[in-house]
Unconditional design. Structure first.
Length: 114
């Protein structure tokens, strides 16, 4: 029974019952293109998260907790509109960027590495 390749559309005779691609080249190209689409769609957020994390790593090197002025962090290029998750701290859900808690108190930002 002939099938059409999911990537190129060419006809082929499958060697296995679950084969969807005419060859391994087409299979790899298909999955690489799908992952590229996902990376491009996420890039605006992922780039900001990466930059935020690098800023926090540099500022918190050797420190468990430190406070900074919000404008100082903005000047470093920190984006307050992205985070990875919420973390419960002192019975309040706080913003977190990977393993850093971000606690805002007006213009003072407390960073805690956990």
């Amino acid at each position: 029974m002939k099938m059409n390749c999911q990537y190129s559309g060419e006809e082929f005779i499958p060697m296995r019952s679950n084969q969807k691609f005419a060859n391994s080249y087409n299979r790899i190209k298909y999955h690489n293109e799908k992952l590229k689409e996902i990376r491009e769609a996420r890039s605006s957020v992922d780039n900001k998260l990466h930059k935020n994390y690098c800023i926090l790593l540099a500022l918190m090197k050797g420190k468990a907790q430190e406070s900074f002025h919000k404008q100082f962090l903005i000047g470093k290029g920190y984006s307050f509109n992205v985070m990875t998750h919420y973390e419960l701290y002192e019975k309040i859900k706080r913003h977190a960027v990977y393993d850093f808690l971000i606690i805002e108190d007006g213009y003072s930002i407390c960073i805690i590495k956990y």
